[in-house]
Write a protein that binds this ligand. Structure first.
Ligand code: GLN
Ligand code: ZN
Length: 776
């Protein structure tokens, strides 16, 4: 056991990696396009790492004791762990991430309940595993002994923990039935042990192993009772026995360590790890002493790493100060609940003078990554020196919170009253049989109707037109003409192709959530609040800060224009309440269910205006329905109840002759299959091409008996499906359910595609639908 100083006074579990000016994105893209060499890329990334470490010291984290996390990744931290273990070769890093001529990319999926996506490692019984890449050691040394001769920083390397790594991995193709990645725990732990020894030899006082899978029933489904606890005990028993290792901080962000089948906080406390970071935003602090914790430092994750609101520092300091006594922890320090990966860099990077429409009041209410570091430092100082030592900071935080609570727009009585008055009637449409008859009568569609999911290719010209307008370089009239011309072209194309239910193509939408956030009251959007979604991809989530309502119609003009050009039905396209919440930063002073109801009412108004204008088909997309599913099984029913209800409120005002569609993106639908039925949409389109239509019988068996549009081709690749392929997919679908329920459509929107492949693919889709129609 090393005899090193006690755990640092305050820390964050990780910091954004993309760079405050998106330097990582630019460096990666320059390299991928061949403009820079691997060596040049490596140099840029090293500079970014060092600048980040020094920036965190400037913000107040200790430079010498491991308070500064070394949480960088060139693309993804799970891929980094796979490389560390030799499962993916280091020199083919970006090929694993993005695919190339010789291999497809690793599958990508959501990181717990965040909007970050990680690459799913593949491991089989015979996959060689070893300590194959010492990047964490090199990165530690690079900051501790900087080549530029500048100020050194002793960082705390951050690596995905061995148990989480294996729980997130998938069995490699060809692995025998029954093999589970967790079966390789001992080999993986051996390799991690070598990493720890190397870090110790390099002088690292601490290492952080991230084990979020321990708080997520969604990651541990299929394990036998007690199996997870045994794996944790075994892994950390071995790792703590490694000679010359750094002290170990096990971090368990995104939920509560104690609410699963096993009390994993107790298991970790009983181990010899020196510190445990718990998420006290999502989880609760133990109210009784935990055996074993007396020799452990508890890192109290009080500052929300997952959201952007300024914290109640006075309350948090009280809570932190009481924790040692209530939990029996040997020491308590303050941290973020999760990595700050999920929030933008700095509130001060935005302009707050009101000139660009951003409400200046928000500046004082928000805390992005840098503000959160400062909050952590304040709390740590308060713990160490007493509340009086940080009195001014506590008072400023309390004042900002009071200002926010009382500000106009945060509570709008008319919105609250309307949401409170909602009853079951508002969430209930006419019986499906009645709706189906009325819609058949009104729409007169053929069997196996053809349609698309909404967006058509967003060409450089469309983006240029939108950007010019946003910058003020194009007049409203010029912008409107450009969008109308695009809509007209998309309608003409769809008529030529022979599609049955048309769309306007969504050219006016920068993003399917931001477009609505910009028009709803209660939302703000940032200019530079970028957050990494995956690799080089960033998103700019809107901020939902107040009660939500719709001052004016948002989509009616475009949809009505499109409808005026054709006699075929044009779908009105809306983004659903759950997806709007999932892809925004949402206020933390009102239950999500209540916020969802407000958004649902705003959408209900839009559905009302669309249908009043003659729209016969309305699609409300909920691609994120599965995304917000709570990680703990016990929390899932309540979520599914309010999310389904929000959709039904949004669409519940539509008359029987209005056909309501919904669309869900690819995900593991199993846990939400009843909820999909519960939405009560007339037609549900889903991504299904990659799973050979399996979703069709699954939905059928779950009792779903309304329209279904299983995506017949994967739009995520430019490949054009042949008519034969689409025919085969459609044939599978019409054999699995009543053919009268089946629709033919791609599996998602076409905005990322080019026109050439889109046109060819849709042509084949229509031909296939005709062919299968003829067999019915
Ligand atoms: N209507 C949207 C589109 O076509 C749906 C996008 C999505 O499912 N993510 O782009
Ligand atoms: Zn989709």
């Amino acid at each position: 056991m090393p005899s090193t100083p006690a755990f640092p006074g305050g820390t964050i579990l990780g910091y954004p990696r993309i760079g405050r000016r998106r330097e990582l994105k630019r460096a990666l893209e320059a390299h991928w396009s061949g403009r820079t060499s691997a060596a040049e890329l490596a140099e840029t990334l090293a500079a970014l790492r060092l600048a980040t470490a020094r920036h965190l010291v400037a913000l107040g984290l200790d430079a010498g004791d491991g308070s500064v996390p070394g949480s960088f990744s060139p693309y993804d931290h799970v891929l980094d762990a796979a490389v560390l273990l030799g499962i993916e070769p280091a020199d083919r890093y970006f090929a694993a991430a993005r695919g190339d001529a010789t291999r497809p990319p690793l599958e990508m999926t959501k990181w717990f309940d965040t909007n970050y996506h990680y690459l799913v490692p593949e491991i089989g019984p015979g996959t060689p595993v070893s300590f194959a890449d010492d990047a964490p050691v090199r990165w530690f040394t690079e900051a501790a002994q900087p080549a530029d001769g500048g100020a050194p920083v002793v960082t705390r390397p951050v690596v995905v923990g061995p148990v989480t790594f294996l729980l997130l991995a998938t069995a490699a193709p060809g692995a025998p039935e029954g093999f589970r990645p967790l079966d390789r725990l001992d080999d993986v732990v051996t390799a991690y042990g070598e990493l720890l020894a190397a870090l110790g030899a390099a002088g690292a006082p601490w290492v952080q192993l991230d084990e979020p899978a321990l708080v997520a029933d969604t990651a541990t489904a299929g394990l036998a009772p007690g199996e997870l606890a045994a794996a944790v005990e075994r892994a950390y028993g071995s790792l703590t026995a490694v000679a010359g290792r750094p002290q170990i901080l096990v971090a368990a962000p995104y939920g509560d360590l104690r609410t699963g089948d096993d009390d994993l906080l107790a298991v970790l406390a009983a181990s010899d790890v020196e510190a445990i970071a718990v998420d006290l935003v999502r989880g609760e602090a133990p109210s009784r002493p935990v055996p074993g914790l007396a020799t452990t430092t508890l890192v109290a994750g009080l500052i929300d790493g997952h959201n952007i609101w300024r914290a109640d520092l006075a309350a948090h300091l009280d809570q932190a100060a009481a924790l040692a006594a209530t939990t029996g922890a040997g020491a308590v320090t303050v941290g973020t609940s999760t990595s700050l990966l999920h929030v933008p860099h700095d509130v001060d990077d935005e302009t707050w003078d009101g000139t660009d429409g951003r409400d200046p009041r928000l500046a004082a209410w928000l805390a992005f990554a840098d503000q959160k570091v400062t909050e952590v430092v304040t709390l740590a100082n308060g713990l160490r020196h007493g509340a009086d030592a940080v009195g001014a900071q506590l008072a400023a935080a309390s004042a900002a919170l009071a200002d926010r609570a009382a500000a106009a727009g945060v509570v709008v009585p008319a919105v609250r009253d309307r949401a409170a008055a909602l009853g079951d009637d508002d969430a209930t449409r006419a019986p499906y049989a009645e709706r189906a008859a009325a819609q058949a009568d009104r729409l007169r569609l053929p069997a196996l109707p053809t349609t698309t999911i909404g967006s058509f290719p967003q060409t450089p010209q469309i983006r240029a037109a939108r950007n010019a307008w946003a910058r003020g370089a194009a007049t409203d009239a010029e912008y409107r003409t450009a969008m109308r011309d695009e809509i007209a072209a998309v309608i003409t194309l769809q008529e030529e192709l022979g599609l049955d239910v048309l769309v306007h193509g969504e050219p006016e939408r920068n993003d399917m959530v931001q477009y609505f956030a910009e028009q709803l009251d209660g939302f703000a959007v940032t200019a530079g609040g970028w957050v990494q979604s995956y690799g080089s991809r960033c998103v700019r989530p809107p901020i939902l800060w107040g009660d939500v309502s719709r001052p004016a119609p948002m989509t009616v003009e475009w949809t009505s224009y499109a409808q005026s050009l054709t006699t075929r039905p044009v779908k009105g396209m809306l983004t659903g309440p759950v997806t709007i919440l999932a892809w925004s930063f949402v206020r933390d002073d009102l239950p999500l269910a209540d916020v969802a109801a407000q958004v649902a009412l705003a959408l209900r108004d839009e559905v009302g205006d669309l249908t009043a204008a003659g729209t016969a088909v309305v699609q409300v997309d909920e691609p994120a329905l599965r995304e917000l599913l709570p990680l703990r099984r016990a929390d899932q029913p309540a979520y599914l109840a309010w999310s389904v209800r929000a959709f039904r409120v949004a669409t519940g005002g539509a008359g029987p002759d209005v056909q309501v569609h919904t669309h869900l993106c690819y995900s593991d639908f199993g846990e939400v299959i009843d909820a999909i039925d519960g939405l009560d949409a007339d037609v549900t389109s889903l991504e299904a091409a990659r799973s050979r239509m399996e979703i069709v019988p699954e939905l059928h068996e779950a009792g779903y008996a309304r329209g279904i549009g299983p995506g017949v081709w994967d739009i995520h690749s430019p490949r054009v499906p042949t008519t034969a392929e689409v025919t085969e997919q459609l044939t599978l679908a019409v054999r699995a359910v009543d053919p009268a329920l089946v629709w033919a459509n791609p599996d998602c929107g076409l905005k990322t595609r080019g026109y050439e492949e889109t046109t060819a693919s849709l042509r084949n889709l229509v031909a296939a639908a005709h062919a299968v129609r003829a067999t019915l």
